[in-house]
Design a protein around this ligand. Structure first.
Ligand code: DQA
Length: 146
């Protein structure tokens, strides 16, 4: 099984910005943890980050057209709350996408409680820090084995 982990806008600053919300691990350290966890379960991972909405859309298209992944984890950052372009891209592809958030988006500002992506995602995991990505991998693995 091959899983692509996509992080969107501002996630490159993880470990440096708002540490009380997002923790002190850098995105590189988070990705290493995810990679090691997945590898131990026989799952291959690849990682991508961009602050640019269209580049995230392109990455989703590329994964679909190249048939290169069995599942995608997507932490779109703030794009989650208003990007219909990302929503349409997720709906367009036949790869299950799990919406992931490091923080508990439902325990924060009002605007974070709404996701325009959830309806077209296979599932959503939030609030567990790096554990959100790990739980999403388990969800995809379980789903693939049914
Ligand atoms: C986030 C939550 C979003 O609301 C926020 O805009 C982010 C990060 C998270 O991982 O908790 O940038 O997606």
């Amino acid at each position: 099984m091959k899983i692509l982990v996509i992080n969107g806008v501002n996630l490159n600053l993880t470990g440096k910005r708002e540490r009380s919300v997002y923790g002190s691990q850098t995105l590189e350290e988070i990705n290493e943890k995810i990679s090691a966890y997945a590898k131990a379960r026989g799952i291959e991972t690849a990682f991508y980050q961009s602050n640019i909405e269209g580049e995230l859309v392109n990455k989703l298209h590329e994964a679909f057209l190249n048939k290169s992944f069995d599942g995608i984890l997507l932490n779109a950052g703030a794009f989650t709350h208003y990007s219909y372009a990302l929503r349409d891209a997720i709906a367009a592809i036949d790869i299950p996408v799990v919406e992931v958030h490091i923080s508990n988006v439902h325990a924060r500002e009002e605007f974070r409680k709404n996701s325009v992506l959830s309806e077209v995602c296979a599932g959503t995991v939030f609030g567990f820090g790096v554990g959100s990505y790990i739980a999403a991998i388990e969800g995809l693995k379980f789903r693939a084995e049914q």
